[in-house]
Design a protein around this ligand. Structure first.
Ligand SMILES: [Zn+2]
Length: 141
């Protein structure tokens, strides 16, 4: 299984944002490093959900936010390694829509929020057009 290592503080931030934005989807970018098949996430970069009409079950990240996040990452010698978003009252599995929009190489961390509580999360990566689950390993504080 592939591994997504994520700093505890970054994960906590993502879970908090997922709860804050409920019943809408929250979304943002994960900043870190690629190490072979592994990704190491040091920070979560919050973005707006550019899809306001279907904010409850869709997310869209403005290309300008990708650029801003990339700049921020570069300041710290990091890069964008993936995308996080939440599924309000839905499981932490990627939707067909998520599959269509995913880029190979990135990790997709999905948080399931039930009744306003972030209950679970799983990470996925696209390989040959299919999502494979990654093991999420938390480190640091
Ligand atoms: Zn989704």
């Amino acid at each position: 299984m592939r591994i997504l290592r994520i700093r505890k503080r970054a994960l906590d931030k993502i879970l908090n944002l997922a709860e804050r934005d409920y019943p809408n989807e929250t979304c943002g970018l994960m900043l870190g490093k690629f190490e072979g098949d592994e990704k190491i996430v040091f920070g979560a970069y919050e973005t707006k959900n550019a899809n306001q009409e279907r904010a409850r079950d869709r997310y869209e990240i403005d290309p300008r936010d990708y650029l801003k996040a990339e700049e921020k990452a570069r300041e710290f010698g990091l890069e964008i390694v993936g995308v996080y978003h939440s599924h309000p009252d839905h499981p932490d599995r990627p939707s067909e829509f998520d599959l269509k929009r995913a880029f190979e190489g990135y990790s997709y961390l999905i948080v399931s929020v039930q009744n306003g509580k972030a209950l679970s999360y799983r990470s996925w990566t696209l390989v040959d057009g299919k999502f494979l689950e990654e093991e999420v390993v938390i480190f640091g504080f």
